[in-house]
Ligand binder design. Structure first.
Ligand SMILES: C[S@@+](CC[C@H](N)C(=O)[O-])C[C@H]1O[C@@H](n2cnc3c(N)ncnc32)[C@H](O)[C@@H]1O
Length: 276
Protein backbone atom coordinates (compact mmCIF):
# COMPACT_ATOMS: atom_id res chain seq x y z
CA UNK A 1 0.00 0.00 0.00
CA UNK A 2 1.18 3.52 -0.80
CA UNK A 3 2.61 5.30 2.22
CA UNK A 4 -0.21 7.81 2.64
CA UNK A 5 1.45 9.37 5.66
CA UNK A 6 4.25 10.77 3.53
CA UNK A 7 1.65 12.79 1.59
CA UNK A 8 1.02 14.72 4.80
CA UNK A 9 4.61 15.84 5.22
CA UNK A 10 5.25 19.17 3.53
CA UNK A 11 8.13 21.62 3.80
CA UNK A 12 5.60 24.48 3.59
CA UNK A 13 3.96 23.38 6.85
CA UNK A 14 6.70 22.55 9.36
CA UNK A 15 4.43 22.89 12.40
CA UNK A 16 1.72 20.61 10.96
CA UNK A 17 4.33 17.96 10.15
CA UNK A 18 4.62 17.20 13.87
CA UNK A 19 1.00 16.10 14.28
CA UNK A 20 0.02 12.42 14.22
CA UNK A 21 -1.22 11.61 10.67
CA UNK A 22 -3.84 9.18 12.03
CA UNK A 23 -5.25 11.91 14.28
CA UNK A 24 -5.32 14.32 11.33
CA UNK A 25 -7.22 12.03 8.94
CA UNK A 26 -9.55 10.65 11.62
CA UNK A 27 -10.70 14.14 12.59
CA UNK A 28 -10.78 15.75 9.16
CA UNK A 29 -13.97 17.35 7.89
CA UNK A 30 -12.64 18.62 4.56
CA UNK A 31 -9.25 19.82 3.35
CA UNK A 32 -6.42 19.54 5.91
CA UNK A 33 -7.30 22.19 8.46
CA UNK A 34 -3.82 22.09 9.99
CA UNK A 35 -2.34 23.37 6.74
CA UNK A 36 -5.00 26.04 6.45
CA UNK A 37 -4.51 27.25 10.01
CA UNK A 38 -0.72 27.15 9.72
CA UNK A 39 -0.92 29.30 6.59
CA UNK A 40 -3.20 31.74 8.39
CA UNK A 41 -1.17 31.85 11.59
CA UNK A 42 1.86 33.09 9.65
CA UNK A 43 -0.20 36.15 8.74
CA UNK A 44 -1.71 36.91 12.16
CA UNK A 45 0.33 38.38 15.01
CA UNK A 46 -0.86 35.88 17.62
CA UNK A 47 0.51 36.38 21.14
CA UNK A 48 0.31 34.04 24.15
CA UNK A 49 -2.92 34.31 26.17
CA UNK A 50 -4.84 36.11 23.45
CA UNK A 51 -8.55 35.25 23.38
CA UNK A 52 -9.32 33.60 20.03
CA UNK A 53 -12.68 32.47 18.65
CA UNK A 54 -12.32 29.51 16.25
CA UNK A 55 -15.63 29.81 14.44
CA UNK A 56 -16.88 26.60 12.82
CA UNK A 57 -13.97 24.66 14.34
CA UNK A 58 -15.41 21.24 13.45
CA UNK A 59 -13.43 18.68 15.46
CA UNK A 60 -11.29 21.44 16.96
CA UNK A 61 -7.97 20.44 15.38
CA UNK A 62 -7.26 24.06 14.45
CA UNK A 63 -8.11 25.19 18.01
CA UNK A 64 -5.73 22.61 19.47
CA UNK A 65 -3.04 23.67 16.98
CA UNK A 66 -3.36 27.36 17.88
CA UNK A 67 -3.26 26.68 21.62
CA UNK A 68 -0.23 24.42 21.32
CA UNK A 69 1.75 26.42 18.82
CA UNK A 70 1.03 29.96 20.03
CA UNK A 71 -0.14 29.62 23.63
CA UNK A 72 -3.40 31.43 22.86
CA UNK A 73 -6.73 30.68 24.57
CA UNK A 74 -9.25 29.36 22.06
CA UNK A 75 -13.02 29.13 22.21
CA UNK A 76 -13.61 26.16 19.88
CA UNK A 77 -17.10 26.89 18.58
CA UNK A 78 -19.10 24.73 16.24
CA UNK A 79 -22.66 23.97 15.19
CA UNK A 80 -22.54 20.32 14.05
CA UNK A 81 -19.88 18.92 16.37
CA UNK A 82 -20.90 18.90 20.01
CA UNK A 83 -18.68 20.20 22.82
CA UNK A 84 -18.51 16.81 24.57
CA UNK A 85 -16.72 15.25 21.59
CA UNK A 86 -14.37 18.19 21.24
CA UNK A 87 -13.65 18.30 24.97
CA UNK A 88 -12.41 14.69 24.83
CA UNK A 89 -10.08 15.60 21.98
CA UNK A 90 -8.89 18.72 23.80
CA UNK A 91 -8.16 16.74 27.00
CA UNK A 92 -6.33 14.06 25.04
CA UNK A 93 -4.25 16.76 23.36
CA UNK A 94 -3.28 18.17 26.75
CA UNK A 95 -4.61 21.68 26.14
CA UNK A 96 -7.64 21.69 28.45
CA UNK A 97 -6.49 24.88 30.17
CA UNK A 98 -6.45 26.72 26.84
CA UNK A 99 -9.20 25.32 24.57
CA UNK A 100 -12.87 25.69 25.51
CA UNK A 101 -15.33 23.81 23.29
CA UNK A 102 -18.87 25.05 22.84
CA UNK A 103 -21.88 24.65 20.58
CA UNK A 104 -22.48 27.89 18.75
CA UNK A 105 -24.59 29.16 15.89
CA UNK A 106 -22.69 31.81 13.99
CA UNK A 107 -25.57 34.31 14.12
CA UNK A 108 -26.00 34.03 17.88
CA UNK A 109 -22.53 34.57 19.36
CA UNK A 110 -22.96 34.54 23.15
CA UNK A 111 -20.05 36.82 24.06
CA UNK A 112 -19.69 40.47 24.97
CA UNK A 113 -18.82 42.86 22.19
CA UNK A 114 -15.06 43.53 21.86
CA UNK A 115 -14.31 40.29 23.79
CA UNK A 116 -11.91 38.52 21.44
CA UNK A 117 -8.38 39.51 20.44
CA UNK A 118 -8.84 37.47 17.26
CA UNK A 119 -11.43 35.50 15.32
CA UNK A 120 -10.36 32.77 12.93
CA UNK A 121 -12.47 30.54 10.73
CA UNK A 122 -11.15 27.69 8.63
CA UNK A 123 -13.21 26.11 5.88
CA UNK A 124 -16.44 27.27 7.53
CA UNK A 125 -17.00 30.96 6.77
CA UNK A 126 -18.68 30.22 3.42
CA UNK A 127 -21.60 28.67 5.34
CA UNK A 128 -22.62 32.04 6.79
CA UNK A 129 -20.14 34.75 5.79
CA UNK A 130 -21.36 35.45 2.26
CA UNK A 131 -24.27 37.36 3.81
CA UNK A 132 -23.61 41.10 3.28
CA UNK A 133 -24.34 41.86 6.92
CA UNK A 134 -22.29 39.12 8.53
CA UNK A 135 -18.83 40.74 8.72
CA UNK A 136 -20.29 43.75 10.51
CA UNK A 137 -21.87 41.43 13.07
CA UNK A 138 -18.82 39.21 13.61
CA UNK A 139 -16.31 42.04 13.83
CA UNK A 140 -18.28 43.49 16.75
CA UNK A 141 -17.00 40.63 18.94
CA UNK A 142 -13.37 41.49 18.21
CA UNK A 143 -11.75 44.33 20.16
CA UNK A 144 -10.57 47.38 18.22
CA UNK A 145 -7.19 46.57 16.63
CA UNK A 146 -7.97 42.85 17.11
CA UNK A 147 -7.50 40.39 14.25
CA UNK A 148 -9.75 38.56 11.81
CA UNK A 149 -8.47 35.66 9.71
CA UNK A 150 -10.43 33.43 7.36
CA UNK A 151 -9.52 30.65 4.93
CA UNK A 152 -12.15 29.17 2.64
CA UNK A 153 -12.22 26.97 -0.44
CA UNK A 154 -12.80 29.24 -3.39
CA UNK A 155 -12.40 30.04 -7.02
CA UNK A 156 -9.15 31.29 -8.46
CA UNK A 157 -11.04 32.85 -11.36
CA UNK A 158 -14.68 33.09 -12.40
CA UNK A 159 -16.09 30.48 -14.78
CA UNK A 160 -16.21 31.90 -18.29
CA UNK A 161 -19.37 30.05 -19.35
CA UNK A 162 -21.07 27.84 -16.82
CA UNK A 163 -19.61 25.10 -14.66
CA UNK A 164 -16.64 23.51 -16.48
CA UNK A 165 -17.28 19.89 -17.46
CA UNK A 166 -14.26 18.56 -15.54
CA UNK A 167 -15.87 19.87 -12.35
CA UNK A 168 -19.49 19.05 -13.18
CA UNK A 169 -19.00 15.52 -14.49
CA UNK A 170 -18.73 12.57 -12.09
CA UNK A 171 -15.23 11.35 -11.24
CA UNK A 172 -14.49 7.63 -11.63
CA UNK A 173 -15.83 7.13 -8.06
CA UNK A 174 -19.16 8.58 -9.23
CA UNK A 175 -18.93 11.86 -7.31
CA UNK A 176 -18.81 15.15 -9.19
CA UNK A 177 -16.69 17.86 -7.58
CA UNK A 178 -19.18 20.64 -8.14
CA UNK A 179 -22.36 20.43 -6.13
CA UNK A 180 -25.02 23.07 -5.78
CA UNK A 181 -23.54 24.23 -2.46
CA UNK A 182 -20.28 25.15 -4.21
CA UNK A 183 -21.97 28.31 -5.36
CA UNK A 184 -20.64 29.82 -2.12
CA UNK A 185 -17.13 29.50 -3.61
CA UNK A 186 -15.85 32.92 -4.67
CA UNK A 187 -12.69 34.50 -6.04
CA UNK A 188 -10.21 36.65 -4.09
CA UNK A 189 -11.62 39.69 -5.95
CA UNK A 190 -15.15 38.80 -4.84
CA UNK A 191 -14.07 38.48 -1.20
CA UNK A 192 -12.06 41.70 -1.38
CA UNK A 193 -15.12 43.57 -2.66
CA UNK A 194 -17.33 41.80 -0.11
CA UNK A 195 -15.16 42.89 2.83
CA UNK A 196 -13.82 46.23 1.65
CA UNK A 197 -17.25 47.87 1.89
CA UNK A 198 -17.11 47.51 5.67
CA UNK A 199 -15.91 50.45 7.79
CA UNK A 200 -15.55 48.05 10.74
CA UNK A 201 -12.33 46.52 9.43
CA UNK A 202 -9.04 47.91 8.13
CA UNK A 203 -5.78 46.61 6.70
CA UNK A 204 -7.51 44.01 4.55
CA UNK A 205 -5.38 41.42 2.74
CA UNK A 206 -6.93 38.83 0.45
CA UNK A 207 -4.99 36.24 -1.50
CA UNK A 208 -5.19 32.80 -3.01
CA UNK A 209 -3.11 30.20 -1.14
CA UNK A 210 -0.07 29.27 -3.16
CA UNK A 211 -0.39 25.68 -4.46
CA UNK A 212 -3.68 25.36 -2.60
CA UNK A 213 -5.11 22.87 -5.07
CA UNK A 214 -2.01 20.65 -4.82
CA UNK A 215 -2.26 20.53 -1.06
CA UNK A 216 -5.98 19.79 -1.24
CA UNK A 217 -5.40 17.01 -3.78
CA UNK A 218 -2.61 15.47 -1.71
CA UNK A 219 -4.77 15.48 1.39
CA UNK A 220 -7.68 13.89 -0.48
CA UNK A 221 -5.32 11.18 -1.72
CA UNK A 222 -3.92 10.61 1.76
CA UNK A 223 -7.39 10.28 3.28
CA UNK A 224 -8.51 7.92 0.52
CA UNK A 225 -5.40 5.72 0.85
CA UNK A 226 -5.72 5.66 4.63
CA UNK A 227 -9.18 4.12 4.26
CA UNK A 228 -10.49 6.56 6.89
CA UNK A 229 -12.34 8.96 4.59
CA UNK A 230 -15.95 9.93 5.31
CA UNK A 231 -16.71 11.30 1.84
CA UNK A 232 -15.69 10.05 -1.62
CA UNK A 233 -12.39 11.61 -2.65
CA UNK A 234 -12.32 14.63 -4.98
CA UNK A 235 -8.61 14.20 -5.77
CA UNK A 236 -9.31 13.25 -9.38
CA UNK A 237 -11.27 16.44 -10.14
CA UNK A 238 -8.68 18.59 -8.39
CA UNK A 239 -5.97 16.91 -10.48
CA UNK A 240 -7.91 17.58 -13.68
CA UNK A 241 -8.49 21.18 -12.67
CA UNK A 242 -4.82 21.64 -11.71
CA UNK A 243 -5.40 25.01 -10.07
CA UNK A 244 -7.26 26.56 -12.99
CA UNK A 245 -10.39 27.35 -10.98
CA UNK A 246 -10.34 25.65 -7.59
CA UNK A 247 -8.18 26.62 -4.64
CA UNK A 248 -8.34 28.46 -1.33
CA UNK A 249 -8.82 32.10 -0.49
CA UNK A 250 -7.28 33.57 2.66
CA UNK A 251 -8.24 36.89 4.24
CA UNK A 252 -6.89 38.86 7.13
CA UNK A 253 -8.01 42.19 8.53
CA UNK A 254 -7.84 44.29 11.66
CA UNK A 255 -10.90 45.50 13.54
CA UNK A 256 -11.27 49.26 13.18
CA UNK A 257 -12.52 51.65 15.86
CA UNK A 258 -15.88 51.95 14.12
CA UNK A 259 -18.76 50.09 15.70
CA UNK A 260 -22.40 49.72 14.79
CA UNK A 261 -25.67 47.97 15.51
CA UNK A 262 -25.73 44.23 16.17
CA UNK A 263 -28.33 43.27 13.59
CA UNK A 264 -28.77 39.70 14.83
CA UNK A 265 -29.37 40.71 18.44
CA UNK A 266 -32.96 39.75 19.37
CA UNK A 267 -33.01 42.77 21.69
CA UNK A 268 -32.85 45.01 18.63
CA UNK A 269 -36.58 44.39 18.29
CA UNK A 270 -37.16 46.03 21.66
CA UNK A 271 -35.05 49.03 20.69
CA UNK A 272 -37.00 49.63 17.50
CA UNK A 273 -40.26 49.16 19.36
CA UNK A 274 -41.51 45.93 17.75
CA UNK A 275 -42.83 44.57 21.05
CA UNK A 276 -44.47 47.76 22.23
C1 LIG B 1 -16.40 21.76 6.41
S1 LIG B 1 -16.58 21.84 8.13
C2 LIG B 1 -14.99 22.41 8.62
C3 LIG B 1 -14.70 22.20 10.06
C4 LIG B 1 -13.30 22.61 10.53
N1 LIG B 1 -13.11 24.03 10.52
C5 LIG B 1 -12.27 21.94 9.68
O1 LIG B 1 -11.75 22.57 8.76
O2 LIG B 1 -12.02 20.75 9.92
C6 LIG B 1 -17.58 23.29 8.34
C7 LIG B 1 -17.96 23.59 9.78
O3 LIG B 1 -18.72 24.79 9.81
C8 LIG B 1 -19.64 24.69 10.85
N2 LIG B 1 -20.79 25.57 10.62
C9 LIG B 1 -21.59 25.61 9.52
N3 LIG B 1 -22.56 26.52 9.70
C10 LIG B 1 -22.37 27.06 10.93
C11 LIG B 1 -23.04 28.02 11.69
N4 LIG B 1 -24.14 28.64 11.21
N5 LIG B 1 -22.58 28.33 12.92
C12 LIG B 1 -21.48 27.71 13.43
N6 LIG B 1 -20.78 26.77 12.75
C13 LIG B 1 -21.23 26.45 11.52
C14 LIG B 1 -20.09 23.24 10.86
O4 LIG B 1 -20.56 22.88 12.12
C15 LIG B 1 -18.82 22.51 10.41
O5 LIG B 1 -18.14 21.91 11.48
Amino acid sequence: MHDWKSLLVKPEFPRSNHYDPNWVVENQMGPNVLWLVEWLSERLALQPDMRVLDLGCGRAMSSIFLAREFGVRVWAADLWIGPDQNWRRVMEAGVSSRVFPMRLEAHAIPFPHDFFDAVVSLDAYTYFGTDDLYLGYLSGFVRPAGLLGIVVPGLLRDFESGIPSHLAEPQSNGKPFWEEECRCFHTPDWWRAHWSHSSRIADLHVEALKDGWRHWRDFEKAVELSGKGIFPSCAEALERDAGLYIGFVGMTAVRSETSGDDLYDPALGLRVGVDR
